[in-house]
Design a protein around this ligand. Structure first.
Ligand code: PBG
Length: 328
């Protein structure tokens, strides 16, 4: 054939392929989510998330060291609270001596260089299993919830959080949290807004991990409609930018790579993808049955998220991925 262009020429050798490669994945781009629980020497597996555990603070620190040795520089912490501590207001969330605050302080003492991204939302602390305050009729109150999110954020900042990550989807919470942090002198504490968060079936294993599933109703009045399209995603993100967010996020990642790409093209803030619990569970299940090559699939998927526009990725695969990247 008399072809002028032969794209295969650039795929002929490993050296050529490496030379023209556009997308790179590095351990420093991975954020490892971890669940902490009360006690000592405790390490509880999470069903549907093989390889992921709830750790008491002492063992969580050991896991943190392992992450650090593999080149991971950020952890996303979530508290798994005992049910006696949960109530409708989620008041344990602003207890400066609470499990979460003690965990943050312990990490900052033991691993001061490790960035801590701390979750802000009522659901781990709420007896209702919702991210906000619930009325008797089941309505999720917005403005009243934001007041509590502000208290929670300040308590986390006092404990030493580097990045406050509101995952609740209440209107106006980023601005309120930013103002409160600044007023208390925490001008250097960043906000990672869960800006584009869908009401997703992919959160199932996470809710098992924290025993935080809604006791009644669902999250459709605050999390976004998966079929909602692009305008709502743009609007939510614009509002978070205007209110002072430092990072934007798309969550879940896998079924929303198109949204990730649109966000990358529309905003100049760092963009984070959350490779959520259900996405992890699917890979682990298929890999344990021998249906897929786990290492290949994980690295390909994370690379796809980077290509779609993610600067950083929250992923339960973080330690494995970092090890595989290191092995080359
Ligand atoms: C809730 C929260 C959820 C996740 C992170 N924060 C679940 C939910 O909205 O119900 C899910 C993360 C995952 O599935 O890995 N504030």
């Amino acid at each position: 054939m008399n072809l002028i262009e032969r794209p295969r020429r650039l795929r002929r050798t490993a050296g050529l392929r490496a030379m023209v490669r556009e997308t790179f994945l590095q351990p420093s781009q991975l954020i490892y989510p971890m669940f902490v629980l009360e006690g000592e020497g405790r390490r509880e597996p999470i069903s549907a998330m093989p390889g992921i555990h709830r750790f008491s603070i002492d063992l969580a620190l050991e896991e943190g060291h392992r992450a650090s040795e593999l080149g991971i520089r950020a952890l996303a912490l979530f508290p798994a609270l005992e049910s006696e501590l949960k109530n409708p207001q989620g008041s344990e969330s602003w207890n400066d001596e609470g499990l979460f605050q003690r965990a943050i302080r312990a990490f900052k003492r033991e691993l001061p260089e490790m960035m801590l991204v701390t979750d802000v939302a009522l659901d781990p602390y709420s007896s209702e299993g919702h991210d906000g305050l619930v009325t008797d009729s089941g309505e999720i109150l917005n403005d009243e919830t934001v007041e509590l999110l502000v208290r929670m954020s300040l308590s986390q900042a006092r404990a030493g959080a580097d990045v406050i990550a509101p995952s609740d989807m209440m209107d106006g919470r980023v601005g309120a949290i930013r103002a409160a942090l600044d007023a208390e002198g925490f001008t250097q504490v960043a906000i990672m807004a869960y800006s584009t968060k869908y009401a997703s079936g992919y959160y199932g294993p996470f809710r098992t991990a924290l025993d935080s599933a809604p006791r009644r109703g669902d999250k459709a009045t605050y999390q976004m409609d998966p079929a909602g399209g692009y305008r709502e995603a743009l609007r939510e993100s614009r509002l978070d930018v205007e209110q002072g967010a430092d990072f934007l996020m798309v969550k879940p990642a896998l079924a929303y790579l198109d949204v990730l790409r649109m966000m990358r093209d529309s905003f100049d803030l760092p963009l984070v993808a959350y490779n959520v619990s259900g996405e992890y569970a699917m890979v682990k299940a298929a890999a344990s049955l021998g249906y897929i090559d786990e290492r290949r699939i994980v690295l390909e998927t994370l690379t796809g998220m980077r290509r779609a526009g993610a600067d950083a990725i929250l992923t339960y695969h973080a330690l494995d991925a970092a090890r595989w990247l290191r092995e080359g």
